[in-house]
Design a binder for this molecule. Structure first.
Ligand code: PFF
Length: 532
């Protein structure tokens, strides 16, 4: 049961900035630019925007409605709405148990055990299992996200105090790999990063995370604008702008479309229960539709601005843009070093500072979902819950610190996981394996369960009532009347039907399009051959 005096956001601005803070993170500034570069520039951006509007926004609305209606963490929200175990939950439970038997028969012991466990949980707890699943995903993601946060802090330190003196990307790469193999230094960055995250949450919802986000988000955008202006005014920068934004449909493959979908999901922090958690602190009169529109707008702006800050600089310095994930730590330090006026340290420092702010507000969201869960479900004091989540994350994160580049420091973990899940399923390090499993397996699955729950069990009709509060005029506007210029024109016949409104459009997307598309992404990611 929810606590009687639940904290809440001070108003729309607070909620928008905090949720935008969770959405804008490494995904926008580090991942979006390079996947756009690899997949046909502007063509990919167009597909990505479609995915954001057709799948991302509807799912975000579902999460906000779930949170605000129940005023609970993800687990509690599902429990509160599914008072009687739904038949669909039982079907999923039995399906998972049968899958466990097949997996066992195939000798896949680890996955058989997981499938059996979640099958039983579905039979016992129903869809609340999905809430639990999203919370586990959030904690696992935080444990490595904070390690990357630590790397970034280390690069802020290097830029301002040691100088990033790498003349070539090869040298920058050597230093970066050496750094990854130094668990002590990596762990120091990680501990500082996660401690700052903890401090941000210490003051609670309004006095802690909201206050921090209100200060940090404007700074983030200012820094982004400063770095962007510096980049696009470098001689030779235009080639970078062209590379990033000029549509090249020949480079856009079906795989690229799926990547756009997956990224739309990740960038808005969906499927992790974060938006349910943040939504649970919303006041009833707040307009969820306009808040989501703002959040998506800010998130997309940040991603595009980051691309415009990175590629022009890389091109202007004559480096290759297709470095993929390593772009930031290998190519950019060398790029900054070459900047005119010996000011590379300053631009590098500002860039990494901006990146650390983006990562901090996202990490705070991940930590908060664990804290809210403990406070709601176990009725413990917030600070004790925070301390417990903090310690749990530190212990788990230390594993990632020891294994950023390979398994050398923790062979026992590699051996154990290899025996349970199969050697061939493990990637190059614990860090990579965790990133892959959470982003590609856990998030889509959890997102799909949320849309199925809202569309078919809670039902769009009831969820829609929640969405309408504080947004009725907006959500019930008949889009066809509006688009065709008949707005306000009296009709010959009064009708009780809704027509195509934002609300009914949302219902259609949630019930049909979103679950199917998410299922496709998931199947593709796990390697099922879908013929494209
Ligand atoms: N949305 C964040 C980003 O784009 O970097 C990543 C993220 C943060 C994912 C928080 C999930 C999350 F819970």
């Amino acid at each position: 049961m929810a606590t009687t005096e639940r904290d809440s956001w001070s108003g729309n601005l607070g909620f928008i900035l905090v949720t935008a803070g969770s959405a804008i993170g490494l995904g926008n500034i580090w991942k979006f630019p390079y996947i756009t570069g690899q997949n046909g520039g502007g063509a990919f951006v167009l597909v990505y925007l479609c995915c954001i509007f057709l799948i991302g926004v509807p799912l975000m609305l579902c999460e906000m409605a779930l949170g605000r209606h129940t005023r609970q963490n993800p687990y509690g929200a599902f429990r509160a709405l599914e008072l009687k175990r739904s038949p669909l939950g039982k079907v999923i439970g039995w399906f998972l148990i049968l899958s466990a038997l097949c997996l066992l028969y195939g000798g896949d012991y680890g996955f058989a055990a997981l499938s059996l466990l979640f099958g039983c949980l579905f039979l016992a707890l129903g869809f609340a299992t999905a809430g639990l699943f999203s919370l586990i995903a959030a904690m696992l993601i935080l444990s490595y996200y904070a390690v990357v946060g630590g790397w970034i802090l280390d690069y802020v330190y290097r830029s301002f105090w040691e100088g990033i003196n790498f003349t070539t990307p090869t040298e920058a790469e050597r230093v970066f790999l050496e750094y990854l193999k130094n668990p002590w230094r990596v762990a120091t960055g990680f501990l500082i990063f996660i401690s700052i995250t903890g401090i941000m949450l210490w003051g609670g919802i309004r006095g802690g995370i909201e206050r921090w986000s209100k200060c940090l988000m404007p700074v983030l955008f200012l820094l982004l604008v400063a770095v962007l202006i510096r980049a696009v005014t470098l001689p030779g920068a235009y080639a970078g702008v062209e590379f990033f934004l000029k549509p090249d449909f020949s480079k856009l493959s079906a795989g690229g479309v799926l990547e756009a979908l997956g990224h739309a999901f990740y960038t808005l922090s969906l499927g992790m229960g974060i938006t349910i958690t943040y939504g649970s602190y919303l006041k009833k009169e707040q307009n969820i539709f306009s808040a989501s529109a703002w959040i998506v707008f800010l998130d997309t702006m940040a991603a595009i601005m980051a691309g415009l800050a990175i590629f022009p600089a890389v091109f202007a310095m004559g480096f290759s843009p297709s470095a993929g994930p390593s772009l930031i730590f290998k190519i950019l330090p060398a790029t900054f070093h070459q900047m005119p006026g010996n000011l590379g340290w300053l631009w590098g420092g500002l860039f990494f500072l901006m990146l650390s702010i983006a990562a901090l507000t996202s990490a705070a969201a991940l930590l908060e979902s664990g804290v809210t869960f403990l406070v709601d479900q176990f009725k413990i004091r917030r600070n004790i819950a925070l301390l417990s989540c903090f310690i749990g994350t530190v212990l788990l994160g230390l594993l990632s610190c020891c294994s950023c580049a390979d398994w050398e420091e923790i062979p026992w973990v590699q051996k154990g996981l290899g025996v349970v899940f199969g050697e061939d399923r493990l990637l190059g390090s614990w860090f990579d394996t965790l990133d892959f499993a959470t982003s590609n397996w856990m998030l889509p699955l959890s997102g799909m369960l949320i849309t199925i729950f809202v569309g078919w069990i809670w039902k769009t009709r009831k969820a829609g009532r929640e969405l309408r509060r504080g947004a009725a005029k907006f959500s019930d506007e008949n889009l066809l009347n509006w688009l065709s210029g008949f707005r306000g024109e009296p009709m010959y016949q009064t009708t009780r039907n809704h027509g195509l409104t934002l609300l009914t459009g949302w219902g259609l997307l949630v019930r049909f399009l979103a679950p199917v598309v998410i299922l496709l992404i998931f199947l593709k990611f796990i390697g099922v051959n879908l013929g494209f």
